[in-house]
Design a protein around this ligand. Structure first.
Ligand code: APR
Length: 509
C-alpha cells in the first residue's frame, strides 16, 4: 500500500496529464481511436497546440487552486474573477492561448462580468446546460473539503456554489458532488471499491428523485459491470461521470486508466482529466509514465502551485484537528529529541548529518572528522555529487562510519553579508535532511550544530532554528506521510553548545 499522501500534485498533475493526453484527439470517435489508440502525448491534433498542452479543464482547476491559496476559504466571486482573468488574459494557460471553452461557461462568466449577480448565481440553470464544464474543475474542492473534514451538507453547499458560477442546474451539481465525494474517499486512503461503495450508500436527500435517476447506473447499479459499448463519453455531465468511474473500476494503474479514458473518444480531454485526477490520488505521481511527466507543459509551474496549495491544506488540516505547531503535543515529540555532548562520529545511528561546504570535498570541524573516519571512498563518492548548494542536502553511504548513511548539508556563511535569509537557509538544512531521510527509511539521525563553527552562526540563533525546525518537520511528516523518527540526536561538541541546547529544549516542555 503506497504511503497515504495528501500532496495535491498526485491528483493535480494526474489531472493535467489526462487532460493533455486527451486534447489532441478531442471529438474523435471511439471507432477511429480503437484503430490507432493514443498511447503517448501527441501534438497538433484536434486543437493546433504542441504536445503536453492542457486545456480549459486544467486552467480553471489551477485558477480555483490559486483562489483558495489567496483566500484560504472558498470565495466564489474571487474564483470567478480568476476565471475571467483566464478567459480575458490567458492567465493559467499552458501556452498563453485560451481554447476549448464551453458555451455554458462563457454565458456564466459573461453574466458575472456584467455584475448581473454574485458569481454563485450566474450559472445557467436549464436542463440543456449540463455539460461537464463545472465537473472538470472540482478537484481542488475535494482537497479543500477533505482537509477541513467537512460533513456532507457542508460539502454539498460548497460544490453547489462553485458549480453554480457557470452550471447551476441540479444535474451538474449532483455530478460534481458525486465526483468530489469519490475523490475525498480516495484521499482518506480508501480503495476504489470502498470509495465506490461509500458513494452508492449515500441517500442524496437534497436532490429530487428525477435528478437522482439520471445517475442511477452509478448509484443504483454497478457501473463497472456495463459493457464498453454501453458507456458514452460525451461532454454531457452524466456520460462523463459514468465514463470516469467505469474506467477507474476497470483498470489497475494510472497509465492504463488515462489511456483507457482518452481512447473512449468524444470529450477525451475532460474524461481523461477527471480520470487522471482520481487515478493520480489513488496510485500516486510516482506511478505516472515518465515521458508524460517530462512532456507536460509547465510541469514545474503546476507543481509549485500544488506546493503552495498543500501548505494551505495542511494549515486547514492542523486547524481542524487543533494540532497547529503551536499546540501539538510537544512532550511526546520532544521526547524523541536527545541532546548529546561528544563527537558525532561516535554516534550509533542510521544516519549522521555532516556540516559540509558547497564543494562536498571535506574540510575542518565536523566535515573533517567525518571524512577522516569514513575513509577515502567517501571523498571519491562526493566527487561525483557535483557539490551541494547551501540549504540543500545530499546523501551518501556511511562507509567506515558507524552510521549506514551520511547526509551532507551546507549552512550559510553567517559572516557573508551578501547572503540573505540566513535563518531560512539554515532551517532548510534541517528540513531537507529530514525529508531526504524519509526516502531511505532512516529512523535515527544525528545532527551537529550546523553552521555554528567555522560558518559562525550565533549559538542562540542556530540552536533555536535547529530545535524549532526539527520539531515542526517531525510533526509535518507524521501527519502527511505517517512517517515517525525513533530518535533525533543533536550533538554538541563543547559545553557552551550543550548548555544552550539543554536550556532551550527544557524551556519548551
Ligand atoms: N562532532 C560533533 N560536533 C563537532 C565536531 C565533531 N567531531 N567537530 C566540530 N563540531 C562542532 C563545532 O564545534 C560546531 O559547534 O560542530 C559545529 C559545526 O562546526 P563546523 O564543523 O565548523 O561546521 P560549520 O560551522 O557548518 O562550517 C562548515 O567548516 O568544517 C568546515 O568543511 C566545512 O567548510 C565547511 C565549514
Amino acid at each position: 500500500m503506497r504511503k497515504l499522501s495528501r500532496n495535491s500534485k498526485d491528483g493535480i498533475i494526474g489531472f493535467a496529464i489526462g487532460d493533455a493526453l486527451g486534447v489532441p484527439v478531442e471529438f474523435i470517435n471511439r471507432k477511429e481511436l480503437l484503430k490507432s489508440p493514443v498511447t503517448q502525448m501527441l501534438e497538433y491534433g484536434s486543437h493546433k497546440v504542441p504536445k503536453g498542452c492542457w486545456s480549459d479543464d486544467t486552467s480553471m482547476t489551477l485558477a480555483t487552486m490559486e483562489s483558495i491559496i489567496n483566500n484560504k476559504i472558498i470565495n466564489t466571486n474571487d474564483i470567478a474573477d480568476k476565471f475571467l482573468n483566464w478567459f480575458r488574459n490567458a492567465e493559467y494557460t499552458a501556452t498563453g492561448e485560451v481554447f476549448d471553452i464551453g458555451r455554458t461557461t462563457i454565458q456564466g462568466l459573461a453574466k458575472y462580468e456584467l455584475k448581473l449577480n454574485k458569481a454563485s448565481e450566474c450559472g445557467e440553470n436549464d436542463e440543456y446546460s449540463n455539460g461537464n464544464g463545472s465537473l472538470m474543475r472540482m478537484l481542488p474542492i475535494a482537497y479543500y473539503c477533505f482537509s477541513k473534514d467537512l460533513k456532507e451538507d457542508e460539502i454539498l453547499k460548497i460544490v453547489n456554489d462553485v458549480s453554480s458560477i457557470t452550471h447551476k442546474h441540479e444535474v451538474s451539481v449532483l455530478g460534481c458532488y458525486i465526483y468530489v465525494l469519490f475523490a475525498i474517499e480516495l484521499l482518506k486512503g480508501k480503495s476504489l471499491k470502498e470509495a465506490y461503495e461509500t458513494i452508492r450508500k449515500l441517500s442524496y436527500t437534497k436532490f429530487s428523485s428525477n435528478i437522482k435517476d439520471k445517475y442511477k447506473r452509478i448509484l443504483n447499479k454497478d457501473i463497472s459491470k456495463y459493457k464498453l459499448d454501453e458507456i458514452k463519453s460525451t461532454g454531457y455531465v452524466v456520460d462523463t461521470l459514468e465514463a470516469v468511474i467505469w474506467v477507474l473500476l476497470n483498470t489497475k494503474n494510472y497509465n492504463q486508466a488515462v489511456i483507457g479514458a482518452v481512447n473512449l473518444g468524444d470529450d477525451t480531454d475532460t474524461v481523461g482529466a477527471c480520470v487522471g485526477g482520481l487515478a493520480g490520488i489513488l496510485y500516486g505521481i510516482e506511478e505516472i509514465n515518465i515521458d508524460w511527466k517530462i512532456d507536460l507543459i509547465k510541469y514545474n509551474y503546476i507543481k509549485e502551485l500544488c506546493e503552495k496549495f498543500d501548505n494551505i491544506m495542511q494549515r486547514l488540516f492542523y486547524e481542524h484537528n487543533n494540532i497547529l505547531p503551536d499546540y501539538f503535543d510537544r512532550k511526546k515529540v520532544i521526547g524523541k529529541i536527545k541532546i548529546l555532548k561528544g563527537d558525532i562520529t561516535d554516534c550509533k545511528v542510521d544516519c549522521v548529518v555532516n556540516a559540509a561546504n558547497e564543494s562536498l570535498l571535506g574540510g575542518g570541524g565536523v566535515d573533517g572528522a567525518i571524512h577522516l573516519k569514513a575513509g577515502n571512498e567517501l571523498l571519491e563518492k562526493c566527487k561525483e555529487l557535483n557539490g551541494c548548494k547551501s540549504g540543500e542536502s545530499k546523501i551518501t553511504k556511511g562507509y567506515k562510519m558507524n552510521s549506514k548513511y551520511i547526509i551532507h548539508t551546507v549552512a550559510p556563511k553567517w559572516y557573508d553579508n551578501s547572503v540573505k535569509n540566513k535563518e531560512k537557509i539554515l532551517e532548510n538544512c534541517y528540513k531537507n535532511s529530514l525529508e531526504l531521510a524519509t526516502d531511505f527509511n532512516i529512523k535515527t539521525i544525528a545532527f551537529p550544530c550546523i553552521g555554528m563553527g567555522v560558518y559562525a552562526c550565533p549559538l542562540e540563533i542556530g540552536c533555536k532554528v535547529a530545535i524549532d525546525t526539527v520539531l515542526e518537520i517531525m510533526q509535518k511528516l507524521k501527519i502527511d506521510e505517517q512517517y515517525e523518527f525513533d530518535e533525533i540526536v543533536l550533538v554538541c561538541y563543547g559545553d557552551d553548545e550543550f548548555n544552550v541546547y539543554k536550556k532551550y529544549i527544557d524551556s519548551l516542555t
